[in-house]
Every structure is written in structure tokens, then in C-alpha cells.
Design a protein around this ligand. Structure first.
Ligand code: ADP
Ligand code: MG
Length: 152
């Protein structure tokens, strides 16, 4: 377990960038925390680290957005998820267990459905510009991914 504290969006983005640079096919990064905590900002950094050129934003009306970088980036945002069974198709699972990198915002809304091997990042809003990120890895591969994160 690692705890990082950031004092501006770029600090959170930099952590994402380190994760994106070290990411390997099949990695799964689960994000939890309140609205405005910085989950999308972190995902932008992961996109940068993967060499995604398109702007990564909240997929407001879709639950999944795919970006193309060094590896495919599958950006899930489950904020609007109402019913897992009826909303989520098979292809979603294939992405999660495939050879891209998956990032899931609001992962707590579908915890049971998500892979048990993952890097979990829990955000806490400390003040307007301060965030605490608690990173917990499950499985050897994600422990290695976690070791790429240096809190500054
Ligand atoms: P979420 O996806 O968790 O709902 P966003 O990433 O969309 O949140 O938004 C985070 C908001 O908080 C942005 O407006 C960002 O500029 C602001 N912010 C302020 N300080 C930080 C910080 N240290 N890390 C990340 N975002 C921050
Ligand atoms: Mg978001």
C-alpha cells in the first residue's frame, strides 16, 4: 500500500503518467472516490503515459470510451451505471481481460464484477486543491505496477 498526497491537478496527473508509462497489457486500474476527487485527471495522466494523443475526458453519456496509445486504453465511467446485468455487455468483460489497459472510475459500483487482480486507487478530497490517493495492489503484476509510482 502506498499513500500519495497531491496539491494540484498536475500532481495527480503525474502519478497517472507514471502508471501509464509502466502499464502492461491486461493491467486494470480501479478508481474510487467522490465526484471531483480527481479520477478523470488521473486517467488523463495514464493516457499521456500511454502516448494517447486524444484528450481524455469523462465519457459522460457513455460508460466506456476507447483510446489508442502504445496500448489500447479502455476508460470506464460507471457513475451512471444503474443495473450491471442489463447495461453491461459481454464485450466489456473481454476488454477487462484482454490485452489493453483498463481504467474504471466508480469501480466500487461494480466491485464484484471487476477482476480481482488490479491496482485500486482510493481518492480522498482533503481541501479544494489537496487530494490523498491510497494505492493498493492485488496480485504480483499490479504490485510491480505500483512500484512504478513514486510520490513526490
Ligand atoms: P472525478 O473524475 O473524480 O469526478 P475530476 O478529475 O473530473 O474528478 O475533477 C477533479 C477536479 O478537481 C478538477 O476540476 C481539478 O482541477 C480539481 N483539482 C484540484 N486539486 C486537484 C488535485 N490535487 N488533484 C486532482 N484534481 C484536482
Ligand atoms: Mg470522472
Amino acid at each position: 500500500m502506498t499513500t500519495c498526497r497531491t496539491t494540484e491537478p498536475d500532481g495527480t496527473r503525474a502519478i497517472g503518467r507514471a502508471i501509464g508509462q509502466a502499464a502492461q497489457p491486461g493491467d486494470v486500474i480501479l478508481l474510487a472516490g467522490d465526484l471531483g476527487a480527481g479520477k478523470t485527471v488521473l486517467t488523463q495522466g495514464i493516457g499521456q503515459g500511454l502516448g494517447v494523443e486524444a484528450a481524455v475526458n469523462s465519457p459522460t453519456f457513455v460508460l466506456l470510451h476507447e483510446y489508442h496509445g502504445r496500448l489500447p486504453l479502455y476508460h470506464y465511467d460507471l457513475y451512471r451505471l444503474e443495473n450491471l446485468e442489463t447495461t453491461v455487455g459481454r464485450e466489456w468483460e473481454e476488454f477487462l481481460y484482454g490485452s489493453g489497459v483498463s481504467v474504471v472510475e466508480w469501480a466500487n459500483r461494480a466491485a464484484a464484477w471487476l477482476p480481482s487482480e488490479h491496482l485500486l486507487i482510493e481518492f480522498t478530497i482533503e481541501s479544494e486543491t489537496v487530494r490523498t490517493l491510497r494505492l493498493t495492489a492485488s496480485g504480483a503484476r499490479h504490485l510491480e505496477l505500483l512500484s512504478a509510482v513514486q510520490c513526490s
